[in-house]
Design a protein around this ligand. Structure first.
Ligand SMILES: C[S@@+](CC[C@H](N)C(=O)[O-])C[C@H]1O[C@@H](n2cnc3c(N)ncnc32)[C@H](O)[C@@H]1O
Length: 492
């Protein structure tokens, strides 16, 4: 779970309580720490692509009750340590959003200071950390860890090597025997990426300027949806969220203007959370009905309460997954559905497009976190194959070609030969921070393939008579976000 979502979930719990009914896991970096006799407070900051980078949560480690394997790791849980933390969300006595870990963290990265690297080795020698985990945390090879463990503790040679490891971890030049380990991008990945880019050639990414739509946020300011308005949150809403919402609203108005006036559109905001975008839309377009769908009940409850406060009668908040049959039916049974999504993570974007194509819906979708929710791909698989690798020939959809001014998504006019596993792998490649150029290419190619698949699915499974009038991949202005592409599809 992303840390900003965890915060949203915990915001509605009373102070001094933890929700022990379910566990969450969060990738976070330690930013500060306070030690008391019985308890250690550790502040962690989000470390997940696409998350609010300033969002923080406090870990509460009660030494008496915390798992001993977690307490054993306390010597290395210092600023810069990155881990995947599992536990119960809640709020401290003072109301601070907190996580009570129920297990030791998954060890992702050690602080780079050589003194802490020495502590990692010490914990490895004591069997609190395995050598493989130590290698992962210190970005070096397993043989290096074994060699370091065999060196005498206080030897100058070991100290020297730890300085080299520290330099390599920080990306600084270092001469020595240790090899740096980076995320692996194999030959197979490069070939996949090339093929995907070739197939995606008909779908260029268009970078649009910002500032087109001026929105008077007033009573629907997303800041008012937050119970706790800390400096970090205010900054995120000022610099990113409000501009993104205004930009999406402008795009939505253009999209709606291109659709026939009847039957009137019904908007579905999928993964709409607290309704940051939906409440603005419902206020700006009062003549339209709107449904927000999300799996996160506390966020929906907050959105519902805001809608009542604002006296909005054209918006409802529905709890459930888009994969749930009743949710699917409500969209498939709608005369003119229009589906929107802001930051629809990974497989959720695929399922939105799959559902939209079957329902003949137009779409405005801000994609993100490409490797998340791969399970939701299964919901799509039953409806339409990913490509000829699964099912044999699949002719390109002429409407897609017409809309793009090309002969179809693949210049050669051949089927798109991608399997589900390759599709999921492209999502992972799009998230490879160590290979930013390839990640950027994968992000564009995957979104292009999504549009191509939408075209095929609409033609084969969509309601009779519905065609794709236009489809585009748009990029937010870079200052709003370099990691999100927006798909805009008009179905008439
Ligand atoms: C990154 S958040 C974006 C929230 C909101 N659109 C915004 O921009 O503030 C993604 C949302 O998708 C929701 N979600 C995840 N899986 C879902 C599913 N299968 N069906 C509906 N919503 C889902 C999550 O609960 C979360 O609220």
């Amino acid at each position: 779970m992303r840390l900003c979502e965890a915060r949203q979930q915990a915001e509605h719990l009373p102070p001094n309580s933890f929700d022990e009914s379910h566990r969450v896991d969060i990738v976070g970096k330690v930013v500060s720490r306070r030690d008391h006799a019985q308890v250690t407070f550790i502040k962690i900051q989000s470390h997940e692509e696409g998350d609010d980078p300033d969002a923080t949560v406090q870990l509460l480690i009660l030494k008496k009750t915390a798992p001993p394997a977690l307490v054993a790791l306390l010597p290395i849980l210092h600023p810069e340590f990155i881990g995947r933390w599992t536990g119960h969300l809640g709020r401290s006595k003072t109301g601070e959003i907190s996580l009570q870990p129920t297990a030791p963290p998954e060890l992702l990265r050690s602080p780079t200071d050589p003194a802490y690297l020495a502590k990692v080795l010490e914990l490895t020698a004591q069997a609190n950390i395995t050598p493989v985990q130590a290698a992962d945390m210190m970005d070096c090879a397993l043989e290096d860890i074994i060699r370091l463990l065999e060196m005498p503790l206080e030897s100058p040679a070991r100290r020297r090597e730890l300085v080299i490891v520290s330099h390599l971890m920080q990306g600084l030049p270092a001469r020595g025997l240790i090899r740096a380990r980076i995320q692996k991008l194999g030959l197979h990945d490069r070939m996949l990426l090339e093929r995907a880019q070739r197939a995606a050639a008909g779908y260029p990414v268009r970078l649009l300027p910002g500032g087109g739509e001026t929105v008077d946020f007033g009573a629907v300011d997303p800041l008012l949806n937050l119970p706790e308005q800390s400096g970090d949150r205010v900054n995120y809403i000022d610099s990113k969220k409000r501009p993104q919402i205004a930009w999406m609203l402008g795009q939505l108005k253009d999209l709606l203007a291109s659709l026939p006036p009847t039957p009137p559109p019904h908007l579905f905001d999928i993964g709409g959370g607290r309704g940051d975008l939906a409440l603005v839309i419902a206020t700006s377009l009062p003549q339209l009905a709107m449904t927000v769908v999300d799996t996160n009940e506390p966020s929906l409850a907050a959105g519902r309460a805001r809608a009542v406060q604002l006296g909005l009668g054209n918006i409802e908040f529905v709890s459930g997954s888009l994969a749930d049959p009743p949710v699917q039916q409500s969209i498939l049974g709608c005369a003119r559905p229009v589906m929107v999504g802001l930051h629809a993570c990974g497989g959720l974007s695929d399922l939105i497009l799959d559902t939209a194509a079957r329902a003949g819906a137009s779409v405005l979708l801000c994609t993100c976190c490409f490797a998340s929710h791969p399970d939701l791909l299964d919901g799509c698989l039953h409806q339409e194959p990913w490509g000829s690798a699964d099912t044999g020939d699949c002719p390109p959809n002429p409407e897609v070609g017409a809309a793009l001014g090309t002969q179809g998504p693949d210049p050669a006019g051949s089927p798109i030969p991608f399997s589900r596993a390759e599709w999921a792998r492209l999502g992972q490649l799009a998230e490879m921070a160590d290979h930013p150029e390839e990640a950027h290419r994968a992000m564009g190619a995957l979104n292009a393939l999504r549009l191509a698949r939408f075209g095929r699915c609409l033609a084969r499974r969509g309601p009779a008579g519905r065609t794709m009038a236009a489809c585009e991949i748009l990029a937010f202005p870079l200052e709003y976000s370099p990691r999100n592409l927006v798909l805009r599809v008009a179905v008439r």
